[in-house]
Write a protein that binds this ligand. Structure first.
Ligand SMILES: Nc1ncnc2c1ncn2[C@@H]1O[C@H](COP(=O)(O)OP(=O)(O)OP(=O)(O)O)[C@@H](O)[C@H]1O
Length: 248
């Protein structure tokens, strides 16, 4: 069964339009959402989560229409759209105490494991955390209620290389069981090379290609020119698809 199905999603802002986005997320996969700044990645993720209204389309999560079944879906959904950024005067311990009451399947042992792994000090107040620590806390919470679908907007962008590597390892461990999937947006293509099974490429609000990683990379090799000795990497593909030439 697909954990997520996005059908014909369209959304308009005054100067931007998401055009008829379609993709599916099967179980047991890591899916990377790529595109340059302003391509529409966050808008897709927010639309899926009903955080912004959209014009047309349907979002099926766990076999149900998300908008009509938010409470059910959220029990099995872990989301990180930036780090914890509220209750700045509160200690992490107090935020966790409240947060875990929302989830019937809160896993305290997992939470403690991730907190330890990320060196999170529960006695610190949100305002005392660095940007990366705030993201890590949000990720630890998202990973601690046995979610079947994890949706992360640029989870690795504020993390140091060691933490990034650890997080990608965690992602790979999580999907290994085969019943959980992770959809995450990123600019860091090496993260995708390491972890992603499939890639969805968004350009100017349009889905250009969604395919398994190897097939995706292969399908863009037509962009190679005579000077290329090796196959194009994801970075090369993005640069050739999006790059502009300026005269100085
Ligand atoms: N609330 C809003 N009102 C109007 N326009 C918006 C709003 N939010 C986003 N946009 C526009 O929608 C477009 C897509 O933005 P979005 O944040 O989805 O891009 P992104 O691919 O996530 O970019 P980045 O990689 O920089 O995070 C941009 O042109 C942006 O200006």
């Amino acid at each position: 069964m697909n954990l997520l199905e996005v059908h014909d999603l369209s959304k308009k802002y005054p100067n931007f339009e998401l055009k008829q986005i379609n993709f599916n997320i099967p179980a047991g996969k890591i899916i990377g959402l790529i595109g340059v700044n302003g391509a529409g990645k966050s808008t897709i993720l927010k639309s899926i989560l009903n955080l912004v209204p959209f014009e047309t389309g349907s979002i099926q999560m766990f076999g149900k229409e998300f908008r009509d079944n938010e409470v059910f879906c959220k029990q099995q959904l872990g989301v990180v759209l930036g780090g914890v950024d509220f209750y700045k005067e509160k200690k992490l311990r107090d935020i966790t105490k409240v947060t875990k009451t929302f989830y019937g399947n809160w896993d305290q042992i997992a939470f403690e494991k991730y907190s330890k792994m990320f060196n999170l000090d529960e006695n610190k107040k949100v305002k005392e955390l660095s940007f990366g620590m705030r993201v890590k806390y949000s990720i630890a919470v998202a990973l601690s209620h046995q979610a079947k679908l994890l949706i992360f907007d640029e989870p690795t962008s504020g993390l140091d290389p060691v933490s990034r590597d650890e997080l990608l390892e965690i992602f790979l461990q999580i999907v290994k069981k085969g019943d959980t999937s992770i959809l995450f947006s990123t600019h860091i293509t090496s993260d995708l090379e390491k972890s992603a099974d499939e890639i969805i490429y968004i350009k100017d609000g349009e889905l250009i290609k969604a395919a398994p990683k190897e097939e995706f990379i292969e399908s863009f090799q037509y962009l190679k020119d005579d000077t290329d000795k090796n196959d194009l990497t994801l970075d090369d593909i993005m640069v050739r698809m999006e790059g502009k030439h300026y005269e100085f």
